[in-house]
Ligand binder design. Structure first.
Ligand SMILES: Cc1ncc(COP(=O)(O)O)c(C=O)c1O
Length: 380
């Protein structure tokens, strides 16, 4: 069905850069330098400067960014890596592709990010790294995670794939751990027009290792010091990212305004709205909790409103992860959340009238469909 109010509408965002982009693409095609050329170099410089990091590397996608980060940190077979199950599957996939063993921990019900107590309980003598995920655009508790990791000599690899521009106490998501990873998948707060990703670090040695691994393990063409991968960023994506980066902060401010609007308008709607936080939440997704989630999703869809579930099956219950999971019941908060979460339309160019309409339809649902007695009350 045609959605009048989609979950994300990228056509509205394209209008911001359409004219300029045409000229930039013409110069890329005129030069026929298509990979790791001047646009990639300029974007790496501009993104590092934006984040206040020493190094940013353009790579082929966010999964590759995580994979390169793990490998640059020397993580491999026999190493345990602690991460969350409440994330997009790529977080875990990257750990497995590096040959390491994922160890799943639960999340905090309030923030839906890594529970630091759970991490503390999962550390063994084989633990080498922790991968916190800044899920839905909200930064994990990096201060506590860093303190714990430093006490146990663990690497911290931030999955900042959903948190471009989130910052706390003057430090950006992706720049606090040893190395940070970004996805520039087209629907992200900073999105390319195909696949793209980034690796960010303040550590010269890690940056150099990731740089070599990104290009088939070669610092000099056709000379391969180690076995790497093809993880290069292309010039077309870098040209798009360069044009979009100056709009990132304004886009994040609009997202926040919409989140505040949603929270106000849904106050009496019998659903659990997300804590707003401060600049450490850039609302890549606006996620509420409701017990009759599937019924609400169907109701909204019938009214032409797009929604998403991020994500319906946690990683530890995916068939692909059977070998590394302690099974159903092992992560109770995660398992409860995945049955109740629903992402509402969220993108900078969303109109106030559209937010109001979504909230009115939700209020209709809670009053007429179910009555207000069964609202979710946990985790406040
Ligand atoms: C939390 C998280 N990690 C990793 C990834 C992987 O990024 P990509 O799709 O660019 O490979 C994504 C992207 O969807 C993500 O949301």
């Amino acid at each position: 069905m045609n959605q009048r109010i989609p979950l994300v509408d990228l056509r509205r965002q394209h209008a911001l850069i359409a004219d300029q982009l045409e000229g930039e693409l013409q110069s890329v095609f005129a030069s026929m330098r298509l990979f790791l050329g001047p646009n990639v170099q300029a974007f790496e410089h501009e993104y590092a400067e934006y984040l206040g990091a020493r190094h940013a590397l353009g790579v082929s996608d966010g999964t590759m960014a995580l994979h390169l980060a793990l490998r640059a940190c020397g993580i491999g077979p026999g190493d345990e890596v602690i991460t969350v199950s409440h994330t997009f599957f790529a977080t875990v996939e990257a750990i497995l592709l590096a040959g390491a063993t994922p160890v799943f921990v639960d999340v905090d019900a309030h923030t839906q990010t890594m529970s630091v107590e759970a991490v503390a309980g999962a550390i063994t003598e084989r633990t080498r790294a922790v991968v916190p995920v800044h899920l839905h655009g909200r930064m994990a508790d990096m201060e506590a995670i860093m303190a714990l990791a430093r006490a146990h000599d663990l690497r911290v690899i931030e999955d900042a794939c959903q948190a471009h521009g989130a910052h706390r106490d003057g430090r950006f998501a992706g720049t606090i751990g040893d190395i940070g990873c970004f996805s520039f998948y087209y629907s992200k707060n900073l999105g390319a027009y195909g696949e793209a990703g980034g690796v960010v670090t303040n550590d010269d040695h890690l940056a150099e290792r990731a740089r070599v691994l990104r290009d088939h393990g070669s610092a000099t063409r056709y000379h391969h010091d180690v076995v790497g991968v093809n993880g290069r960023l292309d010039e077309v994506q870098a040209a798009v990212l360069r044009l979009k980066l100056p709009h990132l902060d304004a886009g994040n401010r609009s997202r926040r305004r919409h989140a505040e609007h949603y929270n106000r308008a849904l106050r009496d709607a019998g659903v659990l709205t997300p804590a707003l936080g401060g600049d450490d939440n850039v609302f890549h997704l606006y996620v509420i909790r409701v017990q009759e989630r599937d019924a609400l999703q169907g109701y909204l869809s019938d009214k032409g409103i797009g929604t998403g579930i991020h994500y319906p099956v946690p990683c530890h219950l995916q068939p692909a992860c059977r070998e590394w999971s302690r099974g159903r019941g092992s992560l109770p908060v995660t398992e409860q959340l995945v049955g109740e979460i629903i992402s509402l339309p969220m993108f900078p160019e969303l109109q106030d009238s559209e937010v109001e309409e979504v909230c009115d339809v939700i209020a209709d649902f809670t009053s007429s469909y179910r009555g207000a007695s069964t609202e979710v009350t946990a985790a406040e």
